[in-house]
Design a protein around this ligand. Structure first.
Ligand SMILES: Nc1nc2c(ncn2[C@@H]2O[C@H](COP(=O)(O)OP(=O)(O)OP(=O)(O)O)[C@@H](O)[C@H]2O)c(=O)[nH]1
Ligand SMILES: [Mg+2]
Length: 228
């Protein structure tokens, strides 16, 4: 990766910060947050690893991924260079999790979305191959209702051909009531869409805060004109 990439994209100083099973455990709202939400197995943890260049098995991977749905059962905060948090929310819609537990998780996620002032943008992940589920649509409604800035990411884009892609984007966009251009195809397998998604996240102002902090922190070493 180019050394000119912003520090947060390099993923070198990213680490698991906090694992929470309930609201009372949420960390203080000290840094801006980007959260990732979607059905179980849609690829949330993979996307976090891919964005931060931390793919692969073993120690290099940041968020744990699995072909078995329901892997992420807690809300996991990842700190990135002490500038921002990525928040991996538990997947919904996994049939083998009891209704009781799903309801409990629904409440924890809703209170996170509703009350988290440091949440700057949320990525709602949907599988590019499928119509959004009733749960996906409900999540979209929540995000609209609570006015959380939202980016729709269509995961597993490597599973469709270039010809199928525009059609699949349209299907997702129509079902969620957004323009087709607002759907970001993404692949954790080959990195497709990574650059576009980073740009979109950065544009959602979150990095206005992070950039100014980073610039301040870097100024003495990097900016030879400062103080001149
Ligand atoms: N082909 C392909 N497979 C993917 C992609 N993203 C994720 N997967 C696979 O899908 C499965 C689930 O990925 P995870 O990242 O663990 O999904 P998750 O949304 O975090 O799942 P939960 O933690 O259970 O909610 C794994 O087998 C991944 O390898 C992708 O872009 N392309
Ligand atoms: Mg996961």
């Amino acid at each position: 990766m180019s050394p000119k990439q912003p520090v947060w994209r390099r993923g070198q100083n990213a680490g698991l910060f906090c694992v929470c099973g309930k609201k009372s455990q949420f960390p203080e709202e000290t840094l801006p947050e980007i959260a990732f939400v979607g059905r179980s197995n849609v690829g949330k943890s993979t996307l976090i690893n891919t964005l931060l260049g931390r793919k692969g098995a073993g120690k290099n991977a940041l968020a744990r991924t699995s072909s078995v749905p329901g892997k992420t059962r807690t809300i996991n905060w990842y700190a990135i260079d002490d500038l921002l948090y990525f928040v991996d929310l538990p997947g919904y819609g996994y049939a083998k999790i009891s209704k009781q537990e799903q309801a409990k998780w629904g409440q924890v996620i809703e209170s996170y979305l509703k009350e988290r002032r440091s949440l700057k943008v949320i990525c709602l992940l949907v599988d590019i191959r499928h119509e959004p589920s009733a749960d996906d649509k409900m999540m979209m409604d929540w995000l609209r209702y609570y006015q959380v800035p939202t980016i729709i990411v269509a995961t597993k884009a490597d599973k469709v051909t270039r010809n199928q892609l525009p059609h699949q984007k349209k299907v997702l966009a129509n079902a969620l009531g957004i323009p087709s251009a607002s759907v970001y195809p993404f692949s954790g397998l080959n990195g497709q869409g990574k650059e576009e998604l980073w740009k979109a996240l950065e544009e959602k102002t979150i990095f206005a805060e992070a950039s100014s902090k980073a610039a301040n922190a870097a100024a003495p070493e990097d900016d030879i004109s400062s103080g001149a």
